[in-house]
Design a protein. Structure first.
Length: 307
């Protein structure tokens, strides 16, 4: 791990010095972080459907394929860049690179190839704007967020920018332009990521401290600032999530659903503020966040289609 005063370099763990077993398909799949890649693909699809074009199965499949390839490639390249710190954290040391199941060079080739193919596919078969936004997402994640984790307290917020771009990719694919509702979806994804990741980072704060990542949950040993920042961003999330109804992009069927889901999310974030039982509250906030987002986005797509 490096700090702000040290150079940013990747040091292969000692496991790479011994002969490595042949990697299987499951190892390469794990390298692409399929759950996170699926989230990027689904939020891009939400952006495409919310943009309002008559759904085209062929176009939907192209958007899904392009964003999935790019997201999986970014995940592989991120692990290539962070194999040194992954090897020193309990939660990540069994990943394909630090465990030695996949060689760093293979991960690099796979990741770069997937990123290039995803952007090229969107450019050739969808439109230039969606390809441009996909390329911007890749650059933000790999060249800004990934190194920022080693020196910046604000790395989570920096990473939330790249994590919020997939709905804009989908919107650009569907409308060939960006507009207000597309940016609202960006805001929803941005603010949702803060309490979601703060809950994760608080749970695994000792792992992050072991590699000297200077994120807020490492610096704030009591957790009061972590919980307060999570709550503030949850409030902002709820406000932004209601904008589609307030501005007339959706009916109050969506608005009522967003309000109910937001109220539940605020309760979980509020419990995280209490010093007693903060670890349990963090886990509940995490699971609440992964329930909240798909329900909210499904409500928006259904409302846009039928109301």
């Amino acid at each position: 791990m490096t700090t702000g005063s040290e150079s940013f370099e990747v040091r292969a763990p000692a496991a790479f010095a011994v002969p490595m077993p042949a990697a299987g398909l499951a190892d390469y799949l794990e390298l692409t972080k399929p759950r996170l890649s699926c989230l990027s693909m689904l939020t891009a699809l939400v952006g495409y459907l919310a943009a309002g074009p008559r759904p085209s199965l062929g176009q939907i499949l192209l958007v899904m394929a392009g964003t999935s390839l790019a997201a999986g490639g970014v995940a592989a390249l991120n692990q290539y860049l962070e194999c040194d710190t992954d090897a020193r954290m309990n939660r990540t040391r069994t990943r394909p690179l630090p465990s030695g199941r996949i060689a760093p060079g293979s991960a690099y080739v796979l990741g770069a190839g997937m990123c290039f193919t995803g952007v090229a596919l969107l450019f050739a078969k969808v439109n230039g704007l969606s390809a441009l936004l996909t390329g911007l997402t890749i650059v933000c994640y790999l060249f800004i967020y990934t190194p920022a984790k080693r020196w910046s307290r604000w790395s989570t917020e920096i990473g939330a920018v790249s994590g919020a771009l997939p709905p804009l990719i989908g919107w650009a694919a569907g409308a060939d332009r960006l507009s207000t509702l597309g940016w609202i979806l960006f805001g929803v994804l941005f603010f949702w990521q803060i309490p979601h990741f703060m809950a994760v980072a608080w749970t695994y704060r000792r792992d992050y401290a072991a590699v000297n990542f200077p994120m807020l949950p490492v610096r704030d040993e009591e957790g009061s600032k972590v919980a307060a920042w999570s709550f503030i961003n949850t409030v902002l999330l709820v406000i932004v999530s209601l904008l589609p109804a307030w501005l007339g992009f959706c009916s109050w069927v969506y608005g009522g659903t967003a309000a109910a889901l937001g109220a539940g999310f605020l309760v979980l974030a509020g419990r995280f503020l209490r010093p007693a039982g903060r670890d349990l509250a963090a886990r509940r906030l995490f699971f609440g966040s992964i329930t909240y987002l798909p329900l909210l986005l499904a409500a928006l797509v259904i409302d846009r289609a039928f109301f």
